[in-house]
Design a protein around this ligand. Structure first.
Ligand code: GCB
Length: 603
């Protein structure tokens, strides 16, 4: 799926700004044929939750309504016009001038619809009804229930089956783009790198709609100079003396694609791409043939006021802070991030593990963490959850959206699912097959595993290319006891290496809640001293394990969660605060990571 851009044949209208907004109390039906009955507004793109002073709005579960209006400049009337949502969280019904024009379920992937047939000359009224309901059929998974109040009015409840606030709304850009009536619909770029000869054969596949009699593809280098070109909707172009896209040293080529008719360019689109090779071999994660070591984070799209809304200055700052620390990668825990963030990572050379919103796939998840220590834990997740269809759909959507990104080095199919429970393998096998079949670049696949899924109990390790562990020894298990935690960390990593000698292993989460400014002479949990000691302990063990290929800690920054006895206005495992001030441990990690090379750390 193409990102909306201006090109010589395409224009772009941005619908960002103030939209009318109201929560749906489900008392009087709202008729999208009439203007939305409110004068209240919120800003788009952003989550709606933290934009007002109302607890009722912030914690509303059910439906909300947005509305804006726009005009289309006359010269565009003859063009094909497409309304495109970067995302709409979690389910959307879209009306133009009172008529339903599309519906989409899944809160973190884009969707679009042609609008020509529904436009009027002036004041087009665009209305969106959204649901933030999560249940056992959705991703993420929510515990959904209904009660009635004293007047018999239905109250909806969503208890997040995961550890982040259920922010919702029009969280990403909403745009209208134009194309000619014959247009380029999709471009797939697959670079095949010949490392020995510094050459790449780049397959460029173009899908078009309408009347073209020729497709021209020109590959431009980073300075805009043409490198090679050819005519065909499916061709392989060779780049000699190729500049590789390397972690922290990005190099981006552009494929300029032109659809022609009778020698005239009808539509054009320029797709950026990087040339790099990703493989898992002999328990190593190879990028361009060299063993890569992941240094970085699990993150969230989370910031003050914006909530989970697109916040580009924060994205830019986050990447700068990562680079400054010597980090080279992050995981889009626990959902696909904005397309703008992926484009930024392409430019900045940040390696991304791209995760689906499959989080909460464990029906017994809760604040009782004693189960983490269990070695024979089972639950009935796979008889209760009905998420397979949503999961399959989002795998397709995330790959369609992100397939050409050089920054994406691996797919994470799920976070902390009940892979230890009966039925897990049967659930995941078709999903891994699907991802592998759909990804034209054949990237490695993984899921991140919860502590009860260990070398003995995890039923699904055979499906992954890289063993990705979320581990909290010293925090949820053996809290404050770093000697015990060190032994448990070491014993488990050794057990994994022994049992799966061909698979690289990495940590995709490990961390300790830390209150900024809290200090302790006794290195107590929650103090900045404890956080640093915790990371020193884990680092020491990581360095002993040959097949250990990366450390992505939890979390880059403090973030908002639902309330609960373990959360003080959110999760405090950030090494930065929510406003991106460093905690003490940043100095230690910066020193460690700037001394660890991106390549060849583990021989
Ligand atoms: C986890 C989850 C993550 C939580 C984290 C924590 O294992 O994957 O979403 O926020 O633990 O801090 O408890």
């Amino acid at each position: 799926m193409l990102y909306p851009l201006t090109t010589p044949s395409r224009t772009l209208l941005d619908l960002s700004g103030l939209w009318k907004f109201m929560i749906d109390e489900e008392t009087t039906p709202i008729d999208p044929k009439k203007p939305l009955p409110t004068e209240d507004v919120v800003s788009v793109p952003a989550s709606f939750n933290d934009q007002t002073a109302s607890k009722k709005i912030r914690e509303h579960n059910g439906f909300v309504w947005y509305e804006t209006s726009f005009d289309i400049a006359k010269p565009l009337a003859s063009q094909r016009l497409v309304l495109r949502f970067g995302s709409a969280t979690h389910e959307a019904w879209v009306y133009l001038n009172g008529q339903e024009i599309t519906h989409h379920k899944g809160g973190f992937t884009p969707f679009e619809v042609e609008i020509n047939d529904y436009l009027v000359a002036n004041d087009n009224r665009l209305t969106v009804k959204l649901s933030n309901i999560l249940d056992y059929t959705t991703l993420p998974v929510g515990n959904y229930s209904e009660t009635t109040d004293a007047s018999g009015h239905k109250i909806r409840h969503v208890d997040e089956n995961f550890d982040f606030f259920n922010y919702a709304g029009l969280q990403r850009p909403v745009k209208i783009y134009s194309t000619p009536t014959s247009y380029i619909n999709d471009i797939t770029v697959v670079p095949n790198v010949d490392l020995e000869n510094s050459r790449a054969d780049v397959q460029v596949k173009v899908a078009t709609e309408g009347e073209f009699d020729d497709v021209k593809v020109t590959i431009l280098d980073q300075d805009g100079k043409p490198v090679v070109s050819g005519h065909s909707a499916d061709q392989t172009l060779t780049i000699n003396d190729v500049h590789l896209w390397q972690p922290m040293h990005a190099y981006l080529y552009r494929a300029r694609v032109e659809g022609l008719k009778n020698g005239q360019v009808i539509d054009s689109y320029t797709e950026e791409f990087g040339v790099r090779k990703v493989e898992v071999k002999n328990a190593q994660f190879l990028i361009n043939g060299e063993p890569f070591y992941f240094k970085g984070f699990g993150k969230h799209e989370d910031s003050y006021v914006h909530g989970r809304g697109f916040n580009e200055p924060t994205n830019v700052l986050d990447i700068h802070l990562m680079k400054d620390m010597g980090a080279n990668s992050f995981r889009t825990s626990h959902y696909p991030y904005s397309e703008e963030m992926m484009r930024l990572c392409d430019r900045e050379g940040i390696v991304v593990i791209d995760e689906t919103p499959a989080v909460g796939l464990m029906v017994s998840f809760g604040f009782d963490v004693s189960m983490l220590e269990s070695d024979d834990y089972q639950d009935d997740t796979w008889t209760k959850l009905k998420t397979a269809d949503a999961h399959k759909q989002v795998i397709k959507e995330i790959i369609e959206r992100d397939k050409n990104h050089a920054c994406v080095a691996m797919w994470s199919i799920a976070n902390e699912a009940a892979t230890f429970s009966k039925g897990a393998y049967e659930y995941f096998k078709p999903l891994f097959d699907e991802a592998r079949q759909l990804d034209p670049q054949n990237r490695p696949c993984t899921y991140t595993s919860i502590m009860m899924a260990n070398p003995k109990t995890d039923n699904c390790v055979s499906l992954v290319d890289v063993i990705a562990l979320n581990r909290y020894y010293g925090w949820y298990v053996a809290n404050g006891d770093l000697a015990t935690a060190e032994k448990a960390t070491r014993d488990e990593l050794k057990a994994y290496s022994d049992k799966f000698p061909d698979k690289p292993i990495m940590y995709t989460e490990y961390g300790a809640d830390t209150i900024p400014g809290l200090h302790s002479n006794y290195d107590e949990p929650f103090s900045e001293e404890f956080q640093e000691d915790y990371y020193r302990m884990t680092s020491k063990v990581f360095d002993e394990i040959p097949h250990f290929v990366g450390e992505q800690l939890w979390n880059f920054a403090d973030f908002q969660t639902k309330s609960g006895i373990q959360r003080v206005q959110g999760n405090k495992k950030g090494i930065f605060t929510r406003s991106r001030e460093p905690k003490m441990v940043v100095r230690y990690l910066k020193k460690r990571w700037t001394n660890i090379p991106d390549f060849g750390y583990k021989k």
